[in-house]
Design a protein around this ligand. Structure first.
Ligand SMILES: Cc1cc2nc3c(=O)[nH]c(=O)nc-3n(C[C@H](O)[C@H](O)[C@H](O)COP(=O)(O)O)c2cc1C
Length: 369
């Protein structure tokens, strides 16, 4: 296959895999697509992951995605204060009530405090920490650096370009796409409402052509709701240069997602991938669970701003992970999970996507002739 993005990144097919799992990244790149490792790691962990990828990917191209937030004050202040300041009283009480009514394993108060404090400390939110992650990243032969949150800082774009690394950014509206292009971003990822994770309000079908028109000739990848060849053909028909998929890899054999989550995904329909602010404080599409349901009840307080809402989620998911039942467990996941019916390998998923894509193209060609 040949699209502008294939030429730009030296890949055989424009299938991109966003994943927090290094095995998925390696498998997709080795299959001829492009794996992108998601962030949220300490610099030394990132170094370990990238070294492993370099040793296993056989010289194929890959990328890294991470949050490059500008804001730091509230987190730093909270970490400097006492633990009691991390959550406001109504939220602490709500959390305690939800947990008390659950069958989740009990953990010591100090452990709960540690989970919350560690989660906050792991957020690489200060510019100097952010710098450390970039230093690690640029020591590896990455071909693409992707910003998940807003326009990447100008110095990051120029540093990447000076090293021959392309910059990508996720957008949920044509307006955001125009800003990214003006800042010098090389690849725009137009992510629709169907997607897993933080998402905007516009569906992929409506968003992609508008973004394509807005940033032409900058290549656009379609994201959100793409897991098969028919969806890939539709994305290319909308003007995208390739597809950027996240949820479809979650339940693959190579994914390191908790087996209880994988099982939940295999049993879920598209309606079980719900939008909620309960996970992180921002609109996020995740698997429905007793935790997401608790936040729809009248006694639920207003959600906290990111990143403080996520501290409650971290504790609940930690305890849910140790429970036999998976009714509290959740995970970011898109509507496309409704079409995942059994566990397959990453390679099989790519191969199935290509076969269905090719069949679709033939079928469409027959319609015209
Ligand atoms: C489990 C999960 C975590 C995600 N985390 C991030 C992230 O940290 N950074 C990012 O740019 N996108 C993230 N996303 C969004 C993906 O990059 C991608 O745009 C999205 O999964 C595409 O829609 P799909 O889920 O329908 O395939 C995440 C998606 C999932 C499913």
């Amino acid at each position: 296959m040949k699209t502008a993005i294939c030429e730009m990144l030296g890949i055989e097919m424009p299938i991109f895999a966003f994943s927090h799992c290094r095995d998925v990244v390696v498998e997709v790149s080795k299959a001829g697509g492009f794996g992108v490792l998601g962030g949220g790691l300490e610099p030394d962990q990132l170094e370990t992951e990238l070294k492993w990828i370099d040793n296993h990917i056989g010289g194929k191209p890959y990328g890294v995605d991470f949050l490059m937030p500008q804001r730091s004050a509230p987190v730093e202040e909270a970490l400097a204060g006492s633990l009691r300041d991390l959550l406001p009283t109504p939220h602490r009480v709500f959390l305690e009530n939800v947990l008390a009514a659950s069958n989740l394993p009990v953990i010591a108060r100090e452990d709960s405090a540690k989970i919350q404090r560690d989660a906050l400390g792991r957020l690489k939110i200060r510019p100097d920490q952010h710098q450390e992650l970039l230093d690690v990243t640029f020591r590896h032969p990455i071909k693409l650096l992707v910003s998940a949150l807003g326009v990447p800082p100008a110095n990051v774009i120029s540093r990447a370009h000076s090293l021959g690394v392309k910059i990508g950014a996720l957008v949920g509206s044509p307006e955001h796409a125009a800003k990214q292009k003006a800042a010098g971003v090389d690849v725009i990822i137009a992510q629709g409402h169907e997607a897993g994770g933080h998402t905007g309000h516009i569906s992929t079908m409506v968003l992609v052509p508008q973004v394509v028109d807005c940033v032409f000739p900058t290549p656009v990848l379609a994201a959100g709701g793409i897991g098969g060849g028919r969806q890939m053909a539709a994305a290319l028909a909308l003007g995208a240069d390739g597809v950027w998929c996240g949820s479809i890899w979650l339940a693959t054999a190579q994914s390191d997602v908790d087996p209880k989550i994988k099982e939940k995904i295999l049993r879920s329909s598209s309606s079980d991938a719900v939008i909620t602010k309960a996970w992180s404080g921002k609109n996020n599409r995740i698997l429905k669970s007793r935790w997401t349901e608790a936040w729809t009840k009248p006694d639920a307080p207003d959600v906290l701003m990111m990143p403080f809402q996520g501290l409650m989620t971290k504790e609940v998911m930690h305890r849910a992970g140790r429970s036999k039942s998976n009714d509290f467990l959740s995970h970011p996941a898109g509507q496309v999970i409704g079409q995942i019916k059994s566990e397959t390998s990453v390679r099989q998923t790519v191969s199935d996507m290509l076969t269905e894509f090719s069949d679709t193209m033939e079928r469409l060609t027959r319609i015209i002739s």
